[in-house]
Design a binder for this molecule. Structure first.
Ligand SMILES: [Zn+2]
Length: 386
């Protein structure tokens, strides 16, 4: 009997010690930066960048890893101090609750083993998280709330149009004031229950991407098996999101889901982090036809920063993708959607955004166009939706 207790305590201690360093190792491996700071940028580009009032990024998964985002880190891509250093006004923080083993761009079964369960166990997150996607969602929401409370009143957790206006006003006096909008990547997090949508809203969630890498209760993923559009539950969620002024995000949606959401949504939608098929042909990326549909709907498209969506020379690919959207439908429909901390390697962390300004200047973009792309389009869009 006594021996049993010793074994139990030893196993528990080993597990506890592992939770202290294993998550850091996993994060470091998952989210590398190809060229670390400091970044060399022309004076013209840095002057223009520093003059921007509102730089915004539409997608990051920084909440997944458990890092304290109020502290400056050299691991991963985003935290609050690095947003301040990088003159970033707004970051969308998205909650990932499940990711299939063997995740790929083409075909993922919905019943594949889930990597996030293992990550939650390795992180030593509460037992309530281990087997509930919705509890993981609430847990990450609470983390953002806590980080927000612990950042010297310099972080605004954006939950309404009034909050966004407060951020815009505050930054006129003090550019250290930053903001975050909370989203869910993949509505499997709602576990098929409409009441969980209400609870998620209460926890601060204001954006939902219906599908992630596999099909779920709302419908089909661009990388799933069914190719399905919206389910009945999916339609209910979209209608309710419209009513509650929530942002609909069509990144990772199956082509059929994409069309059906555009049909029933009464408000503009976004595609938060994507590439463009004309630049890199992948099921992950938008066709020219889809880009036109988003523009007709009054929506915006965030261009992601990693090689699988923009190509090996990422900065060149980002600018080419932005240019494609601009030439097809106008510069007012394009924005940044890095996918920072999304288990991808990126060319620079969030302090390196002046590199994009420099590349846009070199490609002949005007100052007004650059302001729109770097954040003014996001500001206008969110003021309309929230
Ligand atoms: Zn994603």
């Amino acid at each position: 009997m006594k021996k049993g207790i010793y074994i139990f305590i030893s196993v528990f201690l080993i597990y506890w010690v592992a939770t202290l360093f294993v998550p850091g190792i996993i994060e470091k491996r998952s989210n590398p930066v190809n060229s670390p700071a400091p970044y060399k940028v022309s004076k013209e580009a840095i002057d223009l960048f520093n003059s921007l009032d509102f730089v915004a990024d539409l997608h990051c998964d920084a909440l997944l890893w458990g890092r304290n985002l109020t502290k400056r880190s050299n691991v991963g891509h985003v935290d609050f101090p690095r947003m301040q250093e990088g003159n970033v006004a707004l970051q969308v923080f998205t909650i990932v609750s499940k990711s299939p083993k063997g995740q790929n761009m083409d075909l993922n079964p919905a019943d594949a083993q889930d990597n996030i369960t293992l990550l939650n166990i390795a992180q030593g997150r509460p037992l309530s998280n281990w087997f509930s996607l919705f509890n993981r969602t609430l847990y990450q929401s609470k983390q953002l709330e806590r980080f927000s409370d612990n950042f010297n009143e310099q972080f605004i957790f954006i939950k309404s149009k009034a909050d966004l206006e407060r951020l815009i006003e505050a930054r006129k006096e003090n550019k250290k004031v930053i903001g975050g909008l909370l989203g869910i990547e993949g509505a499997h997090a709602l576990e098929g229950k409409l009441e969980n949508l209400e609870k998620a809203y209460e926890a601060g969630v204001r954006l939902i991407g219906p599908s992630h890498f596999f099909d779920n209760e709302m419908g089909g993923s661009a990388h799933g098996e069914s190719g399905d559009g919206l389910s009945e539950f999916g339609k209910q969620v979209i209608r309710r999101m419209n009513e509650m002024n929530m942002v609909i995000d069509l990144a990772h949606a199956s082509p059929k889901m994409f069309d059906e959401v555009l049909e029933i949504s009464e408000k503009p939608v976004m595609v938060s982090h994507t590439g463009i098929r004309a630049i890199l042909n992948s099921p992950r990326n938008l066709s020219d036809e889809q880009i036109r549909k988003i523009a007709e709907n009054g929506g915006i498209i965030g261009i992601a920063f990693f090689d699988m969506v923009v190509g090996k020379d990422e900065i060149k690919g980002i600018v080419a993708s932005i240019k494609r959207v601009k030439n097809l439908v106008g510069v007012e429909h394009v924005a940044l959607g890095s996918d920072y901390d999304g288990s991808v390697a990126v060319p620079f962390d969030i302090t390196g955004l002046p590199l994009i300004v420099e590349a846009l200047l070199n490609d002949g973009f005007t100052e007004d166009e650059i302001r729109a792309i770097m954040g003014e389009n996001v500001k206008r869009f969110l003021l309309e939706i929230l």
